[in-house]
Design a protein around this ligand. Sequence first.
Ligand SMILES: [Zn+2]
Length: 313
Amino acid sequence: MNRKEKWQQQRKAANFKLSLIMILLIIIVLAPLSYFVLTGLNKTQEPKKEVATVSKQETKGSTQSSSKSQATEQTTNSKIDTSKWISVQEEAWVPTLMYHHITPEITDSNCLAPEDFELQLDALKKADYTTVSPEEVYLILTENKKPIQKVVCLTFDDGFDDFYKNAYPLLKKYNMKATSFVVTSFLNKISYLTDQQVLEMKKSGLVSFQSHTVSHQSMESLSAQDQLEQLQASKKHLDDLLQQDTLAICYPSGKFADNTAELATQAGYKLGFTTQPGFAAKSDGLLTLSRIRISSNMTGNEVLNTLKAAANH
Ligand SMILES: [Zn+2]
């Protein structure tokens, strides 16, 4: 090996070492760099994800609020399984019973003892009656079809707390539905239902809460503007509290003016209940439906006889 060849070999070896050092340097420099770059990228992507989630929620929220009543209505209706209902040839009607107090202390004819109420529920059950909600009443009256059993709607006026104490346990025992017409400004006051009780009973699926106005003033004595205010404000109160589309109004003391039904429709109600005696039928007007008053000491048989007599009328 001459000097030139030796020098070339040494140069090759030096170049090889230099290449190795370069590769090592590249690895040493690039590895952390790539780590930071990747981490940095992830960090910049995270807010993007948040933005995406927020915009998704916003979109969801806006569609929810715009179609809130529609969605609630669909939920309400979707709960009603009408697949086994039968068509009715003649006009459909629903006997709607009107109760006030369920209490052992009988002070007037609006009070019914819990034992008597239980006897009535027992008699209705044995006679093959099924209880229906206001949503079901609306379907029966407007679509002329009904459950195969005989139907009855149990309504309780004023939202007294004895409904929670004395009626609700019996409704659970017999698995029967009822409707409570509450005066929204009376809620949480002494002797009246509390928000908590209302929410608990609504959750059970057995009790429906509908409007009995804001302050129990006679619709007959109010101006159109004041009637509308009572109808709208009480509906909004219940819609917000119960996340529902409140569909029924019960006029205080059953009194209503010539324009009340129209105003109730304007406020968004589909059904209106009075104290006019009789069965709830569409021909009377969906916003002026009749009911059957249940007074104290009525036995189960007396209720059944009243229903039969009214049906044959
Ligand atoms: Zn009342």
